[in-house]
Design a protein around this ligand. Structure first.
Ligand code: PMT
Length: 399
Protein backbone atom coordinates (compact mmCIF):
# COMPACT_ATOMS: atom_id res chain seq x y z
CA UNK A 1 0.00 0.00 0.00
CA UNK A 2 2.86 2.40 0.76
CA UNK A 3 5.16 1.24 -2.05
CA UNK A 4 6.76 4.27 -3.66
CA UNK A 5 4.97 6.73 -1.40
CA UNK A 6 6.91 9.73 -0.11
CA UNK A 7 6.55 10.13 3.63
CA UNK A 8 7.95 12.85 5.85
CA UNK A 9 8.47 11.50 9.34
CA UNK A 10 8.52 14.44 11.77
CA UNK A 11 10.13 13.68 15.12
CA UNK A 12 9.87 15.96 18.16
CA UNK A 13 11.68 15.95 21.47
CA UNK A 14 9.92 13.40 23.63
CA UNK A 15 10.88 10.06 25.10
CA UNK A 16 8.58 8.34 22.58
CA UNK A 17 11.09 9.38 19.89
CA UNK A 18 12.69 5.96 20.34
CA UNK A 19 9.51 4.44 18.88
CA UNK A 20 9.95 6.58 15.76
CA UNK A 21 12.89 4.35 14.82
CA UNK A 22 10.51 1.37 14.67
CA UNK A 23 7.98 3.43 12.77
CA UNK A 24 10.64 4.45 10.27
CA UNK A 25 11.61 0.80 9.78
CA UNK A 26 7.97 -0.16 9.24
CA UNK A 27 7.53 2.55 6.59
CA UNK A 28 10.72 1.47 4.81
CA UNK A 29 9.71 -2.20 4.97
CA UNK A 30 6.33 -1.25 3.48
CA UNK A 31 8.17 0.24 0.49
CA UNK A 32 7.90 3.95 1.31
CA UNK A 33 10.61 6.53 0.76
CA UNK A 34 11.03 8.38 4.05
CA UNK A 35 12.53 11.77 4.78
CA UNK A 36 13.07 12.40 8.47
CA UNK A 37 12.67 15.95 9.75
CA UNK A 38 13.60 16.29 13.40
CA UNK A 39 13.30 19.22 15.80
CA UNK A 40 16.41 20.38 17.69
CA UNK A 41 14.94 18.87 20.88
CA UNK A 42 14.25 15.62 19.02
CA UNK A 43 17.99 15.17 18.48
CA UNK A 44 18.45 15.07 22.26
CA UNK A 45 16.42 11.87 22.33
CA UNK A 46 17.47 10.07 19.16
CA UNK A 47 20.55 10.41 17.04
CA UNK A 48 20.26 11.53 13.39
CA UNK A 49 22.89 8.91 12.47
CA UNK A 50 20.51 6.08 13.36
CA UNK A 51 17.68 7.73 11.45
CA UNK A 52 19.69 8.49 8.32
CA UNK A 53 21.16 4.97 8.31
CA UNK A 54 17.67 3.49 8.35
CA UNK A 55 16.06 5.94 5.93
CA UNK A 56 19.03 6.12 3.56
CA UNK A 57 18.73 9.92 3.53
CA UNK A 58 20.38 12.68 5.53
CA UNK A 59 18.14 13.79 8.36
CA UNK A 60 16.87 17.36 8.08
CA UNK A 61 16.80 19.52 11.16
CA UNK A 62 18.25 22.94 10.43
CA UNK A 63 17.25 25.52 7.81
CA UNK A 64 20.88 25.79 6.66
CA UNK A 65 23.77 23.36 6.40
CA UNK A 66 26.47 25.35 8.18
CA UNK A 67 29.50 24.04 6.34
CA UNK A 68 28.16 24.36 2.78
CA UNK A 69 25.73 27.23 3.18
CA UNK A 70 23.09 25.24 1.27
CA UNK A 71 19.59 25.40 2.63
CA UNK A 72 16.74 22.97 3.04
CA UNK A 73 13.58 23.98 1.25
CA UNK A 74 10.52 23.28 3.36
CA UNK A 75 8.40 24.24 0.35
CA UNK A 76 9.96 21.55 -1.88
CA UNK A 77 9.68 19.01 0.91
CA UNK A 78 6.05 19.88 1.51
CA UNK A 79 5.27 19.33 -2.16
CA UNK A 80 7.34 16.12 -2.39
CA UNK A 81 5.41 14.37 0.37
CA UNK A 82 2.40 12.11 -0.09
CA UNK A 83 1.95 12.14 3.68
CA UNK A 84 3.55 13.74 6.71
CA UNK A 85 3.51 11.81 9.96
CA UNK A 86 4.53 13.65 13.12
CA UNK A 87 5.32 11.03 15.75
CA UNK A 88 5.89 11.81 18.50
CA UNK A 89 4.16 15.19 18.43
CA UNK A 90 4.92 17.05 21.66
CA UNK A 91 2.68 19.66 23.30
CA UNK A 92 5.14 22.34 22.20
CA UNK A 93 5.13 21.34 18.51
CA UNK A 94 1.35 20.87 18.53
CA UNK A 95 1.07 24.41 19.92
CA UNK A 96 3.39 25.77 17.24
CA UNK A 97 1.51 23.96 14.47
CA UNK A 98 -1.81 25.23 15.75
CA UNK A 99 -0.58 28.81 15.88
CA UNK A 100 1.80 28.95 12.91
CA UNK A 101 4.96 29.48 14.95
CA UNK A 102 7.41 28.52 12.22
CA UNK A 103 10.70 28.55 14.13
CA UNK A 104 12.04 25.17 13.02
CA UNK A 105 12.18 22.98 9.91
CA UNK A 106 9.47 20.64 11.11
CA UNK A 107 6.85 23.36 11.57
CA UNK A 108 7.78 25.22 8.36
CA UNK A 109 7.53 21.94 6.45
CA UNK A 110 4.16 21.27 8.08
CA UNK A 111 2.92 24.71 7.05
CA UNK A 112 4.02 24.12 3.44
CA UNK A 113 2.73 20.56 3.10
CA UNK A 114 -0.15 19.90 0.72
CA UNK A 115 -0.51 16.24 1.74
CA UNK A 116 -2.50 14.59 4.55
CA UNK A 117 -0.88 15.17 7.94
CA UNK A 118 -1.00 12.58 10.70
CA UNK A 119 -0.26 13.76 14.24
CA UNK A 120 0.52 11.21 16.97
CA UNK A 121 0.70 13.11 20.28
CA UNK A 122 2.90 11.82 23.08
CA UNK A 123 3.25 13.51 26.44
CA UNK A 124 2.52 13.24 30.11
CA UNK A 125 -1.14 12.78 31.04
CA UNK A 126 -1.55 16.21 32.64
CA UNK A 127 0.07 17.96 29.66
CA UNK A 128 -2.24 16.06 27.33
CA UNK A 129 -5.33 16.87 29.37
CA UNK A 130 -4.40 20.56 29.74
CA UNK A 131 -6.98 22.85 28.10
CA UNK A 132 -4.29 24.55 26.00
CA UNK A 133 -3.13 21.21 24.51
CA UNK A 134 -6.71 20.16 23.91
CA UNK A 135 -7.53 23.50 22.29
CA UNK A 136 -4.47 23.24 20.04
CA UNK A 137 -5.38 19.69 19.04
CA UNK A 138 -8.89 20.85 18.28
CA UNK A 139 -7.46 23.57 16.02
CA UNK A 140 -5.29 21.00 14.23
CA UNK A 141 -8.39 18.88 13.61
CA UNK A 142 -10.24 21.87 12.27
CA UNK A 143 -7.34 22.49 9.87
CA UNK A 144 -7.96 18.96 8.53
CA UNK A 145 -5.10 17.10 10.24
CA UNK A 146 -5.66 13.52 11.29
CA UNK A 147 -4.97 12.98 14.97
CA UNK A 148 -3.86 9.49 15.97
CA UNK A 149 -5.11 9.49 19.54
CA UNK A 150 -2.57 8.55 22.21
CA UNK A 151 -3.21 5.40 24.19
CA UNK A 152 -3.73 5.16 27.93
CA UNK A 153 -1.19 3.28 30.03
CA UNK A 154 1.99 3.70 32.02
CA UNK A 155 3.93 6.77 30.92
CA UNK A 156 7.64 7.58 31.10
CA UNK A 157 6.89 9.49 34.33
CA UNK A 158 5.48 6.21 35.76
CA UNK A 159 2.13 7.92 36.04
CA UNK A 160 -0.74 6.06 34.45
CA UNK A 161 -3.10 7.79 32.04
CA UNK A 162 -3.66 8.96 28.48
CA UNK A 163 -0.67 10.36 26.63
CA UNK A 164 1.37 7.40 25.42
CA UNK A 165 2.13 7.58 21.70
CA UNK A 166 0.16 5.04 19.69
CA UNK A 167 2.23 1.98 18.80
CA UNK A 168 4.17 2.23 15.50
CA UNK A 169 2.20 -0.72 14.02
CA UNK A 170 -1.08 1.15 14.56
CA UNK A 171 0.31 4.38 13.13
CA UNK A 172 1.41 2.41 10.06
CA UNK A 173 -2.10 0.92 9.81
CA UNK A 174 -3.70 4.38 9.96
CA UNK A 175 -1.46 5.65 7.16
CA UNK A 176 -2.01 2.52 5.06
CA UNK A 177 -5.75 2.77 5.55
CA UNK A 178 -5.59 6.33 4.29
CA UNK A 179 -3.84 5.30 1.09
CA UNK A 180 -6.09 2.29 0.61
CA UNK A 181 -8.87 4.80 0.47
CA UNK A 182 -8.29 5.69 -3.16
CA UNK A 183 -10.50 4.74 -6.06
CA UNK A 184 -11.95 1.36 -5.18
CA UNK A 185 -15.53 2.72 -5.25
CA UNK A 186 -15.28 4.19 -8.75
CA UNK A 187 -18.55 3.67 -10.64
CA UNK A 188 -20.52 3.08 -7.43
CA UNK A 189 -23.42 5.20 -6.22
CA UNK A 190 -23.73 5.44 -2.45
CA UNK A 191 -26.40 7.08 -0.32
CA UNK A 192 -25.36 8.43 3.06
CA UNK A 193 -27.79 9.92 5.57
CA UNK A 194 -26.38 12.31 8.14
CA UNK A 195 -27.30 14.75 10.88
CA UNK A 196 -30.45 15.09 12.92
CA UNK A 197 -34.04 15.49 11.83
CA UNK A 198 -36.23 18.30 13.09
CA UNK A 199 -39.90 17.62 13.76
CA UNK A 200 -41.92 20.81 13.76
CA UNK A 201 -44.01 21.74 16.81
CA UNK A 202 -44.95 25.16 15.44
CA UNK A 203 -43.25 27.62 13.04
CA UNK A 204 -40.52 28.42 15.59
CA UNK A 205 -39.98 25.21 17.57
CA UNK A 206 -39.05 21.64 16.84
CA UNK A 207 -38.13 18.28 18.37
CA UNK A 208 -34.55 17.44 17.43
CA UNK A 209 -31.38 15.77 18.70
CA UNK A 210 -27.68 16.47 19.19
CA UNK A 211 -26.32 15.03 15.93
CA UNK A 212 -23.80 17.40 14.34
CA UNK A 213 -23.48 15.47 11.07
CA UNK A 214 -19.71 15.01 11.60
CA UNK A 215 -19.82 11.20 11.39
CA UNK A 216 -22.08 11.06 8.34
CA UNK A 217 -20.18 13.79 6.49
CA UNK A 218 -16.86 12.02 7.20
CA UNK A 219 -18.38 8.84 5.70
CA UNK A 220 -19.61 10.72 2.63
CA UNK A 221 -16.16 12.32 2.12
CA UNK A 222 -14.47 8.94 2.47
CA UNK A 223 -16.80 7.32 -0.11
CA UNK A 224 -16.20 10.21 -2.53
CA UNK A 225 -12.42 10.06 -1.97
CA UNK A 226 -12.54 6.41 -3.04
CA UNK A 227 -14.30 7.32 -6.26
CA UNK A 228 -18.01 6.88 -5.46
CA UNK A 229 -20.78 9.22 -6.55
CA UNK A 230 -22.38 10.11 -3.23
CA UNK A 231 -25.85 11.36 -2.42
CA UNK A 232 -25.66 12.83 1.05
CA UNK A 233 -29.14 13.23 2.51
CA UNK A 234 -28.53 15.64 5.32
CA UNK A 235 -30.61 16.95 8.16
CA UNK A 236 -29.91 20.51 9.39
CA UNK A 237 -26.21 20.77 10.31
CA UNK A 238 -23.59 23.49 10.47
CA UNK A 239 -20.99 21.81 8.24
CA UNK A 240 -20.50 21.59 4.49
CA UNK A 241 -19.47 18.73 2.21
CA UNK A 242 -16.19 19.45 0.42
CA UNK A 243 -15.72 16.78 -2.26
CA UNK A 244 -17.18 17.63 -5.69
CA UNK A 245 -18.59 14.09 -6.06
CA UNK A 246 -20.97 14.62 -3.15
CA UNK A 247 -24.49 15.73 -4.05
CA UNK A 248 -26.16 17.11 -0.93
CA UNK A 249 -29.92 16.78 -0.53
CA UNK A 250 -30.95 19.01 2.37
CA UNK A 251 -33.92 17.83 4.37
CA UNK A 252 -35.45 18.78 7.66
CA UNK A 253 -37.91 16.16 8.89
CA UNK A 254 -37.76 12.38 9.01
CA UNK A 255 -40.55 12.27 6.40
CA UNK A 256 -38.44 14.39 4.00
CA UNK A 257 -35.39 12.19 4.66
CA UNK A 258 -37.55 9.12 4.04
CA UNK A 259 -38.84 10.45 0.70
CA UNK A 260 -35.35 11.47 -0.47
CA UNK A 261 -33.84 8.10 0.50
CA UNK A 262 -36.58 6.13 -1.21
CA UNK A 263 -36.27 8.19 -4.39
CA UNK A 264 -32.54 7.33 -4.66
CA UNK A 265 -32.40 3.82 -3.26
CA UNK A 266 -33.34 1.72 -6.31
CA UNK A 267 -30.37 3.06 -8.29
CA UNK A 268 -27.72 2.88 -5.57
CA UNK A 269 -25.15 0.22 -4.73
CA UNK A 270 -25.12 0.91 -1.01
CA UNK A 271 -26.80 3.04 1.62
CA UNK A 272 -25.24 4.03 4.93
CA UNK A 273 -27.79 5.24 7.44
CA UNK A 274 -25.86 7.46 9.82
CA UNK A 275 -28.55 10.05 10.49
CA UNK A 276 -30.11 10.33 13.92
CA UNK A 277 -33.72 10.12 12.75
CA UNK A 278 -36.52 11.11 15.08
CA UNK A 279 -38.64 8.08 15.82
CA UNK A 280 -41.68 10.26 16.51
CA UNK A 281 -43.12 13.37 14.96
CA UNK A 282 -45.78 15.83 16.02
CA UNK A 283 -49.26 14.74 14.99
CA UNK A 284 -50.64 18.24 14.43
CA UNK A 285 -47.95 20.91 14.29
CA UNK A 286 -49.42 24.35 14.98
CA UNK A 287 -49.52 26.69 12.01
CA UNK A 288 -49.01 29.71 14.28
CA UNK A 289 -46.58 30.21 17.13
CA UNK A 290 -47.94 28.62 20.31
CA UNK A 291 -48.36 31.46 22.80
CA UNK A 292 -47.27 31.44 26.41
CA UNK A 293 -50.36 33.41 27.43
CA UNK A 294 -52.74 30.41 26.98
CA UNK A 295 -54.43 29.29 30.17
CA UNK A 296 -54.03 25.62 29.40
CA UNK A 297 -50.64 24.00 28.91
CA UNK A 298 -50.28 22.84 25.32
CA UNK A 299 -50.27 19.08 24.75
CA UNK A 300 -48.04 17.79 21.99
CA UNK A 301 -49.33 14.52 20.58
CA UNK A 302 -46.78 12.37 18.80
CA UNK A 303 -47.09 9.76 16.07
CA UNK A 304 -44.53 7.31 14.73
CA UNK A 305 -42.20 8.31 11.91
CA UNK A 306 -41.39 5.84 9.15
CA UNK A 307 -38.34 3.67 9.85
CA UNK A 308 -36.27 4.59 6.82
CA UNK A 309 -33.59 1.91 7.25
CA UNK A 310 -36.22 -0.80 7.75
CA UNK A 311 -38.06 0.27 4.58
CA UNK A 312 -34.87 0.23 2.54
CA UNK A 313 -34.04 -3.18 4.07
CA UNK A 314 -37.38 -4.53 2.87
CA UNK A 315 -36.72 -3.24 -0.68
CA UNK A 316 -33.06 -4.28 -0.87
CA UNK A 317 -32.20 -6.22 -4.03
CA UNK A 318 -29.37 -8.72 -4.45
CA UNK A 319 -26.02 -6.96 -4.56
CA UNK A 320 -27.14 -3.87 -2.67
CA UNK A 321 -25.52 -3.28 0.71
CA UNK A 322 -27.36 -1.62 3.58
CA UNK A 323 -25.42 -0.34 6.58
CA UNK A 324 -27.11 0.97 9.71
CA UNK A 325 -25.94 2.60 12.88
CA UNK A 326 -27.03 1.81 16.41
CA UNK A 327 -26.68 4.54 18.98
CA UNK A 328 -27.19 2.93 22.35
CA UNK A 329 -27.11 3.79 26.02
CA UNK A 330 -27.66 0.32 27.46
CA UNK A 331 -27.80 -3.32 26.41
CA UNK A 332 -25.69 -2.17 23.48
CA UNK A 333 -24.89 -5.40 21.66
CA UNK A 334 -28.33 -6.95 22.10
CA UNK A 335 -30.08 -3.82 20.80
CA UNK A 336 -27.66 -3.43 17.89
CA UNK A 337 -28.09 -7.09 16.90
CA UNK A 338 -31.86 -6.68 17.04
CA UNK A 339 -31.70 -3.65 14.68
CA UNK A 340 -29.35 -5.51 12.35
CA UNK A 341 -31.89 -8.30 11.98
CA UNK A 342 -35.12 -6.32 11.97
CA UNK A 343 -33.90 -3.76 9.40
CA UNK A 344 -32.20 -6.40 7.17
CA UNK A 345 -28.84 -4.62 7.46
CA UNK A 346 -25.65 -6.15 6.12
CA UNK A 347 -23.77 -4.76 9.06
CA UNK A 348 -24.48 -2.38 11.90
CA UNK A 349 -22.09 0.19 13.35
CA UNK A 350 -22.58 0.30 17.09
CA UNK A 351 -21.57 3.41 19.01
CA UNK A 352 -22.38 3.87 22.65
CA UNK A 353 -23.05 7.07 24.54
CA UNK A 354 -21.38 5.40 27.54
CA UNK A 355 -17.98 5.64 25.85
CA UNK A 356 -16.20 8.96 26.46
CA UNK A 357 -15.44 10.65 23.13
CA UNK A 358 -18.02 8.60 21.21
CA UNK A 359 -21.37 9.50 19.69
CA UNK A 360 -22.87 12.96 19.18
CA UNK A 361 -20.90 16.12 18.36
CA UNK A 362 -17.40 14.89 19.25
CA UNK A 363 -14.63 14.76 16.63
CA UNK A 364 -13.93 11.19 17.69
CA UNK A 365 -15.93 7.98 17.83
CA UNK A 366 -15.48 4.45 19.09
CA UNK A 367 -17.31 1.78 17.15
CA UNK A 368 -18.00 -1.93 16.92
CA UNK A 369 -19.02 -3.34 13.56
CA UNK A 370 -21.40 -6.29 13.88
CA UNK A 371 -21.87 -8.25 10.68
CA UNK A 372 -24.99 -10.18 9.76
CA UNK A 373 -22.83 -13.34 9.79
CA UNK A 374 -22.35 -12.73 13.54
CA UNK A 375 -18.71 -11.60 13.42
CA UNK A 376 -17.76 -8.55 15.41
CA UNK A 377 -14.91 -6.05 14.99
CA UNK A 378 -13.98 -3.65 17.76
CA UNK A 379 -12.07 -0.44 17.10
CA UNK A 380 -10.35 2.05 19.40
CA UNK A 381 -11.27 5.70 19.90
CA UNK A 382 -10.35 7.58 16.71
CA UNK A 383 -10.94 10.75 14.77
CA UNK A 384 -14.26 10.40 12.91
CA UNK A 385 -12.36 10.66 9.61
CA UNK A 386 -10.39 7.55 10.56
CA UNK A 387 -13.55 5.83 11.80
CA UNK A 388 -15.06 6.53 8.37
CA UNK A 389 -12.09 4.74 6.78
CA UNK A 390 -12.77 1.64 8.92
CA UNK A 391 -16.47 1.66 8.01
CA UNK A 392 -15.79 2.07 4.29
CA UNK A 393 -13.15 -0.69 4.41
CA UNK A 394 -15.91 -2.96 5.74
CA UNK A 395 -18.32 -1.74 3.05
CA UNK A 396 -15.77 -2.37 0.28
CA UNK A 397 -15.39 -5.97 1.50
CA UNK A 398 -19.17 -6.41 1.20
CA UNK A 399 -19.40 -4.85 -2.24
O1 PMT B 1 -23.65 13.48 13.80
P1 PMT B 1 -22.62 13.26 14.90
O2 PMT B 1 -22.68 14.35 15.94
O3 PMT B 1 -21.23 13.05 14.34
O4 PMT B 1 -23.00 11.92 15.68
C1 PMT B 1 -22.97 10.70 15.03
C2 PMT B 1 -24.14 9.79 15.45
C3 PMT B 1 -24.02 9.49 16.92
C4 PMT B 1 -25.48 10.46 15.16
C5 PMT B 1 -23.98 8.48 14.59
O5 PMT B 1 -22.76 7.88 14.84
C6 PMT B 1 -25.12 7.50 14.88
O6 PMT B 1 -25.07 6.70 15.79
N1 PMT B 1 -26.22 7.55 14.06
C7 PMT B 1 -27.43 6.79 14.24
C8 PMT B 1 -28.26 7.40 15.33
C9 PMT B 1 -29.59 6.67 15.52
O7 PMT B 1 -30.59 7.20 15.21
O8 PMT B 1 -29.47 5.45 15.93
P2 PMT B 1 -30.76 4.46 16.21
O9 PMT B 1 -30.14 3.35 17.00
O10 PMT B 1 -31.86 5.22 16.85
O11 PMT B 1 -31.22 4.02 14.78
C10 PMT B 1 -30.81 2.80 14.18
C11 PMT B 1 -30.65 2.97 12.67
O12 PMT B 1 -31.91 3.16 12.05
C12 PMT B 1 -29.78 4.12 12.25
O13 PMT B 1 -29.04 3.70 11.13
C13 PMT B 1 -30.78 5.21 11.88
O14 PMT B 1 -30.26 6.09 10.89
C14 PMT B 1 -31.95 4.39 11.34
N2 PMT B 1 -33.27 4.97 11.54
C15 PMT B 1 -33.73 5.22 12.79
C16 PMT B 1 -35.01 5.71 12.97
C17 PMT B 1 -35.81 5.95 11.84
N3 PMT B 1 -37.04 6.42 11.98
N4 PMT B 1 -35.34 5.70 10.62
C18 PMT B 1 -34.09 5.22 10.45
O15 PMT B 1 -33.64 5.00 9.32
Amino acid sequence: MLKGKHIILGICGGIAAYKSVYLLRLFIKAGAEVQVVITPAGKEFITPVTLSALSGKPVISEFFTANTGSWNSHVDLGLWADAMVIAPATASTIGKMANGIADNMLVTTYLSAKCPIFVAPAMDLDMFAHPSTQRNLQLLKEYGNLIIEPAAGELASHLVGKGRMEEPENILKAVEAYFRSTQELAGRHIIVTAGPTYEKIDPVRFIGNYSSGKMGYAIAEECAKRGAAVTLISGPVGIKAKHPSIKVVDVESAKEMHDAALAEFAACDAAIMCAAVADYTVENPATHKIKREHDELPVIRLKKNPDIAAELGARKRTGQVLVGFALETDNERVNAAEKLKRKHLDFVVLNSLNEPGAGFKTDTNKITIIDKDGTERNYGLKDKKLVAIDIIDALVEKL
